[in-house]
Each structure stands twice: as C-alpha cells, then as structure tokens.
Design a protein around this ligand. Structure first.
Ligand code: AMP
Length: 540
C-alpha cells in the first residue's frame, strides 16, 4: 500500500524560495575580488538567481546542460548556485587551483556550455578558452563597463548586464527530484579527475541533515562563514543549509589569510565558521601575533584533513570555541561523520579523545569497516579496516568515467582506513588510496611519479605525503636511481614546471636503494612511509 501524502519533488528552488519568503532581509556579506565588502540579503539573492535563470533561457541553454563557475566564495557565486540548479541546469564548480591542463580536461569532460568566472581568473580563462569547444558563452562576474577592453575570449559577456536584461519574474520549473543539480570533480588515483554528479534529492536531504543540532547545528540566528571554497563539494553544502534555515552568510572571497578571516569573524558577528586545518592554522597564528580573542564565534567545523590535537586545544581551551571535527568526501556530498558527544559524562580528557576522532555518522550515512578479504571488522575502537559507506547522498557511480561503478555490493569504498568504537565514533588511521592532501587540495601521486619516471636516470619513483605544520601534508618523491647513474635533485624538481600546478610539485627528492614492493610487485607506500617516519622536510 502506498502512502497518500503529496508528491512534491525535493528541488533546490524550494530552498531559495523559502529563504526569499521568510528570511529576505537576512544579510549576505561578501569580500569581493574588487577588494570591498559587499552587502546584500537573501531576498535580493533570490531575485537575482531568478534573473540568472532567465538569462540562461535567453542564451538557449537547455535543461541538463552544464554551467560552470570559476569563482571564490561570494554572493554572485551563490546566485549562480540557485539560478543554475533551480532552472534545471547543472552547476559545475571548477577549482581554480588546478593547472590549465587539468581545468581544460575537466571542462571538456563535463561538456560545460557556459563558464562564469571572477575577473581575477581572466588570464586563466584566456589560457584555456581555445581548447574548450563545448563552451558557448564566457561570462565575467562584472558590470559591462568593467570588462577588459581587449581579451582573447570572443564575445565575453558581463554577468551584471545579463541579469539586468533579464526579469526577476520567473517561475521555477517543477521536474524530477532525481535530476542532476550540480557536479564536482575530485582527483582520482588513476590521474584523471572523476566527476561526482549530485541530484536535487540528494542535495536537499543532505542540507536537512547538515542543519541538525548534532551535525552543524545551524539556525536563523547564526552568522556563518564558509571559508571552505564553494568549489570544494559545494562548500560542504553550507549554501543550501544556510538558505534552508535562513542564517546570515559571510563570504571571504579570495582573502583567506589569518587577518582577513579574523576581521570578518569579528566584524560580522560570525557564530560558526568552517574550513580545513590550514586555514585555522593561519587564523590562530595571526591571533597569537596580535594577542586577539573571539567575541562571537561559538563553533568551528574542521574537516577535509584530520584536526591536529593542538588546534583542538587552542579553540576549546584557550577560546571556548566548540570544535566540530567532521569527515566526509566529495563522493558523499560531503558529510559523513561529525564529532559531537552523546552526553556530557566522562572526564574532559576522555571527551577530548572522543572528539578528536572523526566523529559519528550523521543519519543517512551507513558505514562499516572490512578487512582486505571483505570481512566486517568489530566496532571495538581497535580493529582497523577499509571504510565503506552507503546512503542517499553518496554516489553510485562517477560521471562517464568509463570504469563502471566503484560500489562493492552496494557500498562505496572510501579509500580511508579506520576504526569504529562501540559508541559509533569513527577514527581514520590511514589512507589506502594513493593520493596526498595538501592544504585541503588533492595531489595525485601517480601523476607526480610518472613525471619522475620520465626523468633520465630514474629507475623507480614513489610519491608519498609527509607531515607539514601549515599544509598538513606535502609530497616528496622517493627515487631509486638506475645503476651507476646520478640524478640531479634540482633538475628533477624543475622538470615538473608546466606539467602540474606549482603547489603540486614535490618539496624534496629522497634517494633510496630500494622501494618496498608487495607480492604483486605493487609499491608498498604504507611500509615506505613507516621507513621514512623520521624524515624531516627541509625548512620545517
Ligand atoms: P574530498 O573528497 O576532497 O573532500 O576528500 C575526502 C578525503 O579527505 C577523505 O576520504 C579523507 O581521506 C580526507 N578527510 C576528510 N576529512 C577528514 C578528517 N576530518 N580527517 C582525516 N581525513 C579527512
């Protein structure tokens, strides 16, 4: 027997409509690439999102077409989020930290038809525009009179002019909630990035769960600063949850240094801020130097990489700010677990140990740990295993990857190795996937190794991550030389230029006699990392 409730699809347009109706005067504050602090509100964002949707109609962009953004966190990016997805197109957020070659590959693979970008990225767009045949329109987030006098980009459009020519009277279409709403590429171990395609349904359910008290605990009374970029898994879904609860949003634009972030927190009464450890490292260093304290900040979400215990102590003990240590993935929209106690019993030391784990699953995320043979491991806080997840906001396949679904019996293997304790708190102990995360951004070790392997005199090369105080992890390349051959360290490092983004270049070359290999001849990175555990990066 079927239920007899109304069959209203879960659509992203419903969130912005709610924010427009009930929170229209709530502020949206953005530091812009122009350098100023811009103020608007949910009502205006909603109206401009409708103008954006109408402008896409005028440009004849069909439902399902991909509209990309290359932009920092700000109100225009937010309007594009809702204007694109709400009108049944697919929002594709591009990561400006990638190299022009990587970006070109991603734009072509996604088949983007429109690219909207912050004017600071004009040189990057000019570098790739000739190699992106699917792109019909390039749109600069600028007024008509701010467009460059000359540019390589043919028919460069002004976002403001497009909006002006469009009407704010627009009816959001109703369609299947399983339709794609947005996409985000993540770095793959095979070298080529992989596209994750979210749906309206997955986005709304995730947004609802993210707002819960034991998740991000967001309400209309909050002022939220997502330092995590909107091109990283939709800023962890915060724009959607923020519209849903009607909270104030504060966007840092391109300025993520300690002073800029601190000034925004204090100036805009921020109560909750979210970002990767590297960002908080810079903020805390600034506060140390200037002897500053927080006056409004209550919670900080730390995720993307493990929260260092010293960082936890500074926020909690020194500043009285709650740390929400969260774990998730692009493939998971991204929320998987959040560290919130079930009750306040236990001594502070036990609580600290618990909260430094990656947290317990949010409702909607089912998880298990298994050994290499697929046998489920005990939840005793000791047994480690490969972490697998499933749920309504977790991917079932990558976008046109050509490799088939990554699921194993319906479960997605995360590539993380973890323990789960009897209370359900998960702790990451290692990573089985062959990637390195530096400052919240992925580096594919295979790409780095292939470049080294092509260098004269290199017999074998392994790229591994080593701890770094600011960037969490930095890549180094471990090299076995061919017999009787010398390899010049500086020349090898110089050979990365132009092949990968500058920050993806290894920090050092370490020469060894042999790299440990497993029974199948595969490099054993875990063993290698253990062998090099006393290695210290130069200048740290
Ligand atoms: P991404 O898809 O870029 O969001 O990266 C997801 C991956 O980042 C996870 O599979 C983990 O390897 C890592 N990660 C995310 N959050 C944490 C965390 N709190 N602690 C440790 N690793 C994390």
């Amino acid at each position: 027997m079927l239920g007899i409730m109304q069959d209203r699809p879960l659509l992203i347009s419903s969130i912005i409509t709610h924010a427009e109706r009930f929170h229209s005067e709530t502020a949206i504050v953005s530091r812009r690439v122009e350098g100023d602090l811009h103020r608007t509100d949910w009502g205006t964002v909603a109206k401009r999102a409708k103008r954006m949707a109408g402008a896409l109609d005028t440009l004849a962009i069909a439902p399902g077409s991909r509209v990309a953004t290359l932009a920092w966190n700000g109100y225009r990016h937010l309007e594009t989020y809702f204007g694109v997805s709400g009108s049944q197109r697919v929002l594709h957020t591009l990561n400006p930290r990638l190299s022009p070659q990587q970006l070109t590959w991603i734009v072509n693979h996604a088949g983007d038809e429109v690219v909207c970008f912050d004017t600071t990225f004009l040189p990057l767009m000019e570098a790739v525009c000739d190699q992106c045949p699917t792109v019909k329109h390039w749109v600069a987030y600028a007024a008509e009179d701010q467009l460059p006098a000359t540019t390589k980009i043919k028919n460069l459009l002004s976002y403001e002019a497009l909006l002006e020519a469009s009407s704010e009277v627009y009816e959001w279409p109703i369609f299947d909630e399983q339709s794609a709403s947005s996409m985000c590429y993540t770095s793959g171990t095979t070298g080529n990035p992989k596209g994750v395609l979210y749906s309206h349904r997955s986005t709304i359910i995730h947004a609802l769960a993210a707002g819960l008290p034991d998740t991000l605990n967001l309400s209309a009374r909050d002022s939220v600063l997502p330092v995590v970029p909107m091109f990283h898994v939709n800023a962890w879904g915060i724009p959607y949850t923020a519209a849903l609860v009607g909270c104030k949003l504060v966007f840092p634009g391109p300025a993520m240094d300690g002073q800029s972030v601190y000034d925004l927190i204090e100036g805009e009464g921020v109560t909750m801020a979210a970002g990767v450890p590297t960002v908080w490292q810079m903020l805390l260093a600034h506060m140390d130097k200037e002897g500053k304290r927080f006056s409004t900040l209550k919670r900080t979400v730390i995720g993307g990489s493990a929260c260092p215990p010293a960082m936890y102590d500074r926020f909690v003990d020194q500043f009285g700010v709650q740390v929400l240590h969260a774990w998730g993935m692009t493939e998971m929209s991204p929320l998987g677990t959040v560290g919130v106690l079930k009750n306040q019993s236990g001594d502070p030391q036990t609580q600290r140990t618990q909260l430094l784990k990656q947290g317990r699953p949010v409702f909607g995320v089912d998880m298990k740990i298994v050994d290499d043979a697929g046998q489920t491991q005990a939840w005793d806080g000791k047994a480690t295993g490969n972490l697998l997840v499933r749920g309504p906001w977790i991917l079932s396949d990558y976008y046109e990857s050509g490799h088939g679904s990554p699921l194993v019996d319906g479960w997605f293997p995360t590539g993380d190795v973890a323990t789960i304790d009897p209370q359900g708190f998960m702790q990451i102990t290692d990573r089985s996937k062959d990637v390195i995360k530096s400052g919240g951004e992925w580096i594919s070790s295979i790409d780095i190794e292939n470049i080294a392997m092509a260098f004269p005199g290199v017999m074998m090369a392994a790229c591994i991550g080593v701890p770094h105080p600011k960037w969490d992890e930095r890549p180094i390349i471990v090299v076995v030389r061919k017999p009787d051959t010398d390899v010049d360290k500086a020349a090898l490092l110089a050979s990365y230029e132009g092949k990968v983004a500058k920050w993806q270049t290894p920090d050092d070359v370490v020469f060894v006699e042999a790299i440990p290999l497993g029974a199948t001849g595969k490099m054993q990175k875990m063993v290698l990392r253990e062998q090099l555990k006393d290695y210290q990066l130069p200048n740290t």
